[in-house]
Design a protein around this ligand. Structure first.
Ligand code: ADP
Length: 475
């Protein structure tokens, strides 16, 4: 941790005891440090505190809240390198990618600082001549979030920024694997003048107990979750008891489609970016590739050549494109997926080196069929299964043949096909001749079992606002 220049970012680090969580570097397995954990009883006190603090936070003007959010944004930008280094240390992604995530994470704060000023209501013509109707938008109250390890900062700011901008107080439980980035980012919020009672971070190795407290506590009015579909379903069910609002950003099974009229070089570039970012550990990573038979061999040849150039290693080393898997279970899962696909008839066309530690060589599989497990499940690793198709109809059927509906991608130069295919894909997001689509200005989210709600964009603020309708009579 000596690499972190601004050591005040790490003031939360603690001596190990039975109430601390150990954080490990997945690239080296070194212990990075320990952070204090929170019990359910302590969390209940924190929720009460957040409830009280929310009233005065909401009583500030949107402009006053924006000033503090903008200051937070500035401090994150000033500490970009340190935050990125910390992220690479605890999460493993290459330093350049981590720097990109810090900027991306900060962008939500800048965006929602402004959007908070535009939480407009409506004026509605009355339904009788003596009545007038207006609506206002008000913060839902105390909002909480549970976030994953693959984007340790951005998945937090994407929720915290709209919550705070809307006038909510906010409590987040980061993944037990990546609490350092979360705590360091929160330190900067406090330095920016955001009250500690309004933005709180809880760390725990008992995610279930924190989740139970969040979902059953009557003062929590909103839960925003990013993680697996399995846990998202559990949390949604638990939230039903107190009818909380929920936003769910869950698993994906993104198709990446290359039509015979595609620009193949551009498709290869997009495929590399979409598939191997974060070593394939994102919910919007291309999960299965459909390539038209006419261009299949050309695409495979060029894709394999590009993959051969990807350097694997510790994300702090220069030029590394692929860091480690997050833990042993993740590595085992990916190794098994490759092995099982080959047993089912797929052909591995890349060299799978056996690495020490949690590294996995990027893999390309051809002769893949729609029914195979590798096509049906979320891989979450650097493995690219390639299928062939011959007609648009057959393609759409295969692409939509999944319970998931988060991101999808396709490459084509034909404008009619582009419209038809984009409309036919049952996904919340479609990248057209583009492999990287996340931005704070666009609504991120899925359909089907990939979730509900949208993050970012103007829609992201509404997730933390209730609409109140007022009817003025006797006018
Ligand atoms: P992933 O497979 O990406 O780790 P998970 O859904 O397991 O996805 O984890 C995402 C977040 O959900 C993490 O912060 C994790 O600690 C938390 N989590 C896991 N299980 C539960 C649970 N039963 N209740 C509440 N939160 C949980």
């Amino acid at each position: 941790m000596e690499q972190i220049k601004n050591q005040s970012l790490l003031s939360f680090l603690s001596e190990p005891d039975c109430h601390t969580l150990k954080v490990t570097n997945p690239a080296t397995m070194d212990v990075l440090g320990y952070v204090k954990t929170t019990t359910s009883e302590q969390l209940c006190d924190m929720i009460e505190t957040a409830h009280l603090a929310q009233k005065s936070w909401a009583s500030l003007t949107a402009k006053e809240r924006a000033a503090k959010l903008n200051h937070w944004f500035q401090l994150i930008i000033e500490n970009q390198d340190d935050l990125a280094r910390l992220m690479t240390l605890e999460q493993g992604k290459p330093f350049a990618e981590a720097k990109g995530e810090v900027l991306y994470g900060a962008s939500f704060i800048e965006w929602f600082a402004e959007e908070g000023k535009r939480a407009y209501g409506d004026s509605i013509p009355g339904h009788t001549s003596d009545r007038r109707i207006i609506t206002i938008k008000q913060p839902v109250g105390v909002a909480c979030a549970i976030t994953p390890w693959n984007f340790p900062i951005a998945m937090i700011t994407r929720k915290a920024a709209p919550a705070l901008a809307a006038g909510c107080s906010f409590i987040v439980k980061p993944s037990e694997l990546t609490p350092l980035s979360a705590l360091a980012t929160a330190q900067l919020a406090y330095q920016a003048g955001i009250p500690k009672e309004v933005l709180q971070v809880v760390c725990s190795s008992n995610a279930k107990s924190i989740g139970d407290t969040f979902t059953h506590h009557p003062l929590i009015r909103k839960l925003s979750f990013t993680g697996s579909t399995r846990v998202g379903k559990l949390l949604m069910a638990q939230c039903a008891d107190t009818v909380k609002r929920t936003s769910m950003e869950l698993g994906g099974n993104a198709p990446f489609i290359v039509f015979d009229d595609a620009d193949i070089d551009s498709a290869v570039q997009g495929a590399i970016a979409s598939k191997f970012r974060n070593a394939g550990q994102t919910c919007v990573c291309a999960n299965r590739f459909y390539v038209h038979s006419k261009v299949h061999d050309e695409f495979v040849l060029k894709f394999r050549a590009a993959v051969a150039g990807l350097k694997i290693g510790n994300g702090l080393e220069d030029g590394v494109a692929l860091g480690p898997m997050i833990n042993q279970a993740a590595k085992d899962k990916v190794d098994n997926i490759i092995q099982y696909a080959c047993e089912q008839g797929a052909t591995l066309i890349t060299e799978q080196k056996q690495h020490d530690g949690l590294f996995v060589s990027p893999a390309i599989l051809v002769d893949v069929e729609q029914h195979m497990d590798i096509v049906q499940e979320e891989i979450f690793g650097p493995v690219a299964p390639i299928l062939r198709f011959n007609s648009d109809e057959e393609l759409i059927e295969m692409a939509n043949d999944t319970p998931y509906g988060l991101a999808s991608y396709f490459y084509s130069q034909n404008i009619n096909r582009i419209w038809n295919v984009a409309e036919a894909l049952d996904y919340g997001m479609v990248g057209i001749n583009e492999g990287i689509i996340s931005t704070e200005v666009a609504p991120f989210g899925g359909v089907k079992e990939s979730g509900i709600g949208r993050e970012g964009a103007k829609q992201g603020l509404d997730e933390y606002l209730d609409i109140k309708y007022m009817c003025f009579g006797g006018i």
